[in-house]
Design a protein around this ligand. Structure first.
Ligand code: SAM
Ligand code: SF4
Length: 325
């Protein structure tokens, strides 16, 4: 399926919940956020229906996210049902890793092909300061477990001046010894992210090169995302940079998002999109829903613009945990 400016849209990110078992300071206030009432969340059956309609429109890759996707009850059953559609080339998940270790085998059986585990520090004290919990060891175990089950693994790290600047060089060592990619994501001014200062990708690359030697840009395709990858000598995995603040990558954007309450979002930044829940709950046929989705996708914004003050006025005002990162 193509959008209005000819980009192929084949990747759907599904937020299955706005709940989370961590309180990362740049993402979620320590008191939490007002949760979506249960009856307003899409049911697993409704999510399955949207995915099967999207599959007819050419979506081949999905990613479960949230909030924390693994706190949604019966997610494994939903994953298995989607896997059994036999049309998805990739079924991925972004998780904080806390529950992943104990669920990994079942997830793999249900069709999970790859996992992004978010981890911002190798120091358990700093982990506590960033997330408000002492689950650091569980996240490290989750990485090991994913490796032992041969689930493709990437680590997502969001460097912030105030929180984990000291960890930048050490985090890369995970890719030195294990076959995992470590990706540094520039902090976006969304929700609580506005209260912290992210670190530009170019600065991180220079800092890594000072420790590990020159990085070589890698042209090997790694997944669907906007990351730029580098090889470092002697490293098992690659180092990636996702740079929404310093580099524009919207020209190749292939993704749309389904929020936990059933909004089809066309761009992470903008509020623009359509509400699918009223259609799903009012007896609309698959064909009617498919046509609405087609129409919406033809209006996908050309690009995000986090730097332009006027654009911020039309941006989504919710927090990342509510949008689905
Ligand atoms: N709970 C899961 C997790 O942490 O992986 C999935 C949802 S979380 C919102 C997805 C990703 O978004 C995480 O890697 C997180 O670090 C990142 N994130 C959250 N707020 C962000 C922000 N303001 N800018 C950039 N990345 C952010
Ligand atoms: Fe939860 Fe993920 Fe946000 Fe951290 S980044 S608070 S784990 S949703």
């Amino acid at each position: 399926m193509k959008d209005g400016i000819g980009r192929t849209i084949d990747y759907l990110r599904i937020s299955v919940t706005d709940k989370c078992n961590l309180r990362c300071r740049y993402c979620m206030p320590s008191c939490g956020v007002a949760l979506i009432p249960h009856e307003e969340l899409l049911t697993l059956e409704e999510i399955y229906r949207v995915v099967s309609i999207m599959a007819d429109l050419g979506v081949k890759k999905i990613r479960f996210t949230g909030g924390e996707p693994l706190v949604r009850k019966n997610l494994i059953k939903l994953m298995k049902d989607i896997h059994e559609l036999s049309v998805m080339e990739e079924i991925a998940m972004t998780t904080n890793g806390v529950l992943f270790g104990e669920m990994a085998e079942e997830l793999k059986k249900a069709g999970l092909t790859s996992v992004n585990i978010s981890l911002d520090t190798l120091d358990s004290g700093r982990f506590w300061k960033i997330t408000g919990t002492d689950a650091h060891a569980k996240v490290l175990d989750a990485i090991k477990k994913a490796q032992s089950l041969n689930i493709r693994t990437k680590i997502n790290c969001v460097p912030c001046r105030e929180l984990n600047e000291e960890d930048i060089e050490n985090m890369a060592a995970l890719a030195q010894w294990e076959n995992v990619d470590v990706r540094y994501i520039e902090l976006m001014p969304i929700g609580c992210g506005k209260d912290f200062h992210g670190i530009p990708s170019d600065e991180i690359l220079h800092r890594l090169e000072a420790v590990y030697g020159k990085g070589t840009p890698s042209h090997e395709k790694r997944g669907n995302g906007p990351a730029n990858y580098y090889d470092f000598e002697g490293f098992e995995g690659k180092i990636g940079f996702i740079s929404p603040m310093s580099h524009q990558f919207c020209g190749e954007c292939n993704r749309i998002r389904l929020t936990a309450e059933g909004r089809l979002k066309l761009c992470l930044h903008y509020d623009r999109g359509i509400e699918l829940k009223p259609l799903l709950r009012s007896g609309a046929s698959d064909e009617e829903i498919r046509n609405e989705i087609r129409k919406a996708i033809s209006n996908k914004p050309k690009a995000h613009d986090f730097t332009h003050a006027a654009q911020l006025e039309s941006s989504d005002k919710r927090k990342m945990v509510q949008i689905g990162g």
